[in-house]
Design a protein. Structure first.
Length: 247
């Protein structure tokens, strides 16, 4: 499905990003595995991709830092010759009620989760325009639509990602570049592992399908959006959340 395509996945050393990187590789894409801190984990993903018969490299870059992002995109194109797919997955949480949320907590989450998407999308645009082909998928969140007490920074960033997705979709459409988002519900990863059993029980009550999702559920949606099957879709947000948000 993705033979001959090159994908850059941010925050791909674990969790949802790792599942996306592996799924795109399974479909034949070569993958640049971006990581922020844990090189060993990123190299493990690279090894898994090579074992699948595709090719990959690990690239360290902080998505909040435009210079590092530009270097990462250059390194990807130098290594593989093109760049057709960008998945903006990197994200962090720094939760707290508004009265207690420190300015630092606000800035860190906005810089990684929203400015990071801007930085990476901007950095790939020239190459994708030249190719007259590109697929950008941004990982938002169900809470970007519903809101969530204690996550003002995270929710603002994830809602921002949906607006950014629509705007980039409009700006880049005439160059055959599509930009879509996936809004996961509650997915079992390191990010949600810290939630108490009580909170998880509460959450389950809000999920019509009555279970948490898996990283692979998100990877399937991304696989679809970057495939030719989604060529006529842009500016959309796919909700992969067990039915929490119904349009
Ligand atoms: P995770 O914490 O397991 O993975 C996030 C990854 O992003 C990590 O590998 C981390 O190192 C990387 N990262 C963080 N800051 C970075 C930076 N500045 N530059 C580069 N990489 C950076 O979390 P996850 O659950 O796999 O989440 C992946 C994405 O899905 C995030 O954007 C998250 O907000 C979103 N999401 C997750 C859930 C969920 O329930 N797990 C729900 C909705 C949305």
């Amino acid at each position: 499905m993705l033979k001959g395509k090159v994908a850059l996945v941010t925050g791909a050393s674990r969790g949802i990003g790792k599942a996306i990187a592996l799924e795109l590789a399974r479909q034949g894409a070569k993958v640049a595995v971006n990581f922020a801190g844990n090189q060993q984990k990123a190299e493990e993903v690279v090894a898994e991709i090579k074992a699948l018969g595709s090719d990959a490299i690990a690239i360290k870059a902080d998505v909040a830092n435009a210079d590092e992002v530009n270097m990462m995109v250059k390194e990807t194109i130098d290594a593989f010759g093109s760049l057709e797919i960008l998945v903006n997955n990197a994200g962090i949480t720094r939760d707290g009620l508004i009265m207690r949320m420190k300015e630092d907590d606000w800035d860190a989450v906005i810089n990684t989760n929203l400015k990071g998407v801007f930085n990476c999308s901007k950095a790939v645009t020239r190459q994708m325009m030249k190719q007259r082909f590109g697929k950008i998928v941004n990982i938002s969140s169900v809470v970007g639509v519903l809101g969530n007490a204690g996550q003002a920074n995270y929710v603002a960033a994830k809602a921002g990602v949906i607006g950014l997705t629509k705007t980039l979709a409009r700006e880049l459409a005439n160059r055959n570049i599509t930009v879509n988002a996936v809004a996961p519900g509650f997915i079992e990863t390191d990010m949600t592992e810290e939630l108490s059993t009580e909170i998880k029980q509460e959450l389950l009550k809000q999920i019509p399908l009555a279970k948490l999702g898996s990283a692979e559920d998100i990877a399937s949606a991304v696989r679809f959006l970057v495939s030719d099957e989604a060529n006529y879709m842009t500016g959309q947000t796919l909700h992969v959340d067990g039915g929490m948000v119904m349009n």
